[in-house]
Design a protein around this ligand. Structure first.
Ligand SMILES: [Zn+2]
Length: 80
């Protein structure tokens, strides 16, 4: 079985049948702050407050304007 790590948005891993989220993290393009939500009730905002994440690895949620967010989600995917 082959696996690899992919970092980015959910769109990048749409084609993979088996994927697991390893890290719930985004970067705010307005202030440059990288934030990470580590568990289900871990609500985190960036320095400027325009981007927030929540949900850890259980139910990741991201709040803010799409254009201000750089997704740094880390996925483990099965390639074969
Ligand atoms: Zn910010």
């Amino acid at each position: 079985m082959n696996t690899k790590i992919i970092i980015g948005s959910y769109e990048l891993v749409e084609g993979y049948a088996e994927k697991m989220l390893l890290k719930n993290s985004v970067r705010c393009k307005l202030c440059g702050h990288v934030i990470e939500s580590k568990h289900n009730y871990d609500f985190v905002s960036c320095f400027c407050g325009f981007v927030s994440i929540d949900g850890g690895l259980i139910s990741p949620r991201c709040m803010g304007d799409e254009e201000d967010i750089e997704y740094l989600y880390e996925f483990l995917v099965k390639t074969v």
